[in-house]
Design a binder for this molecule. Structure first.
Ligand SMILES: Cc1cc2nc3c(=O)[nH]c(=O)nc-3n(C[C@H](O)[C@H](O)[C@H](O)COP(=O)(O)OP(=O)(O)OC[C@H]3O[C@@H](n4cnc5c(N)ncnc54)[C@H](O)[C@@H]3O)c2cc1C
Length: 402
């Protein structure tokens, strides 16, 4: 029976393990250096839209959205449900032109959308008051997943399906024989595998460097907040509110506990260096003034925010490749290894399809989407070295929201 090792217990690794098991591909062991959900996945906003900027991205997200519906049914008994409230992408007149050029792509791929003016948005969502000149691009099948529901539910389902999940099991390196990856090195010795799937997110560049491969990936601190309790559910969809410098969505802590979640970038902050496996996101912090800034920015859009305060903060990392598209596939230098990383601020949204694609590649099947534009081998050595030699602030990296 083929043996698969998945490194990393976040949304991407759990989905890869889940899909491998669903395919009955072989024995699956997932190794997590801390606890499942220790990385960005439990800190995410969980917003999902299919309206991306590349053909591969849109096709992949169409699969993700379908899989989220299937996961909703499969994980219901574990307390997870996809919140299909729709996702509204907001644009001001200056930024709309670039997005408008993508509408023929959405039409050709059959991905439905609606273009709404401010009056239409106000009518549809009574708690939303966008500025009169804003344009809304609405994705009716988008929405959000609550990370605190999704990650533990998927881990439990994986265990029930037969995945061996080992926590506190750090991978220190790859075991290589005759140029092929044949397992991983851990504190307890070598674990052999026919294929290793590496899903260590912000740790990817350092981990791969330890294996002699440099990847042009950088990580940035990112933060999101959950408000105090609202008297009733906010009538808003999930919103990528770029003109307001953030994103915002309804949040739920239980069936009758309604709140608002919002987050945004720290534009001037330099990339975060993740130099090895001992790095932990719990050590990250956000500037104190960000909370009031977010309230100030977003209250004109959602006036209900005025009666709340931010009760919880989550700080984690988002990762970007040199061209901002994900890095997903085989590494030409290391047969026997499949990598999935650099999902910008959309790794939660990508996770079901990323898990599927990683599982297909690991099992030797053709991927459901042509992912040549995600190939880890697409970067030249020179551009990789140039990129890694420069220090970048968040504002200079791409803005790819969910
Ligand atoms: C504040 C915030 C808000 C966000 N909002 C959204 C959103 O609304 N929508 C969206 O789609 N995305 C969002 N994201 C992005 C999303 O969270 C990430 O892209 C996604 O969670 C990445 O999943 P992952 O499984 O690759 O990484 P992680 O969840 O970070 O998992 C990687 C795991 O690998 C483990 N690991 C690392 N090294 C080793 C090793 N050597 N051995 C064993 N284990 C190891 C880590 O401990 C970690 O648990 C947000 C991110 C942040 C920080």
């Amino acid at each position: 029976m083929p043996r698969f090792i998945v490194i990393g217990g976040g949304a991407i690794g759990l989905n890869a393990a889940y899909q491998l098991t669903r395919m009955q591909a072989g024995k699956v062991t997932l190794l997590e250096k801390g606890q499942v959900g220790d990385g960005s996945s439990s800190r995410a906003g969980g917003i999902i839209t299919g309206l991306l900027w590349s053909e591969t991205g849109v096709l992949a997200r169409m699969i993700s959205l379908r899989l989220y519906q299937e996961l909703s049914a499969d994980l219901e008994r574990y307390g997870y449900c996809f919140q299909d409230v729709g996702c509204l992408n907001l644009f001001d007149p200056a930024s709309w032109g670039e997005r408008e050029e993508l509408l023929p792509l959405y039409d050709r791929l059959g991905f439905g959308y609606e273009i709404l003016d401010a009056a239409q948005m106000r009518r549809r969502w009574p708690d939303l008051t966008p500025e009169a000149d804003l344009i809304g691009l609405h994705d009716a099948v988008g929405g959000y997943s609550e990370p605190h529901e999704f990650v533990p539910a998927l881990a439990r389902r994986c265990r029930d399906l037969g995945v061996e999940i080992r926590e506190n099991a750090r991978v220190d390196g790859l075991q290589i024989d005759n140029g092929r990856v044949v397992g991983v090195q851990t504190g307890l010795g070598v674990l052999e595998a026919d294929v290793v799937v590496c899903t260590v997110h912000a740790w990817t560049a350092a981990f791969m460097e330890g294996c002699g491969v440099r990847l042009p990936i950088k990580s940035f601190v990112h933060q999101r907040y959950v408000s105090s309790k609202l008297p009733e559910r906010a009538s808003i969809p999930a919103i990528n509110a770029n003109p307001y410098g953030g994103y915002i969505r309804p949040a739920r802590l239980g069936t009758t506990d309604f709140r608002i979640l919002a987050g945004g970038e720290t534009e001037d902050r330099e990339e975060e260096s993740v130099d090895g496996p001992s790095f932990h996101m719990a050590g990250l912090s956000a500037p104190r003034n960000l909370r009031s800034q977010l309230s100030e920015n977003l209250t004109p859009l959602v006036p209900k925010l005025a009666a709340t305060r931010w009760e919880t903060e989550q700080v984690g990392l988002i990762s970007f490749s040199l061209d901002s598209e994900p890095v997903l596939g085989h590494l030409p230098e290391l047969p026997g290894l499949v990598v999935g990383a650099a999902f910008h601020s959309g790794g939660f949204a990508y996770s079901p399809v990323a898990g599927l694609l990683l599982a297909e590649l690991a099992a030797g099947d053709s991927p459901s989407v042509d992912i040549s534009s995600f190939s880890p081998g697409r970067f030249t050595k020179e551009e990789t070295e140039d990129y890694l030699a420069t220090t970048v602030v968040q504002a200079e990296a791409f803005r790819r929201r969910h």
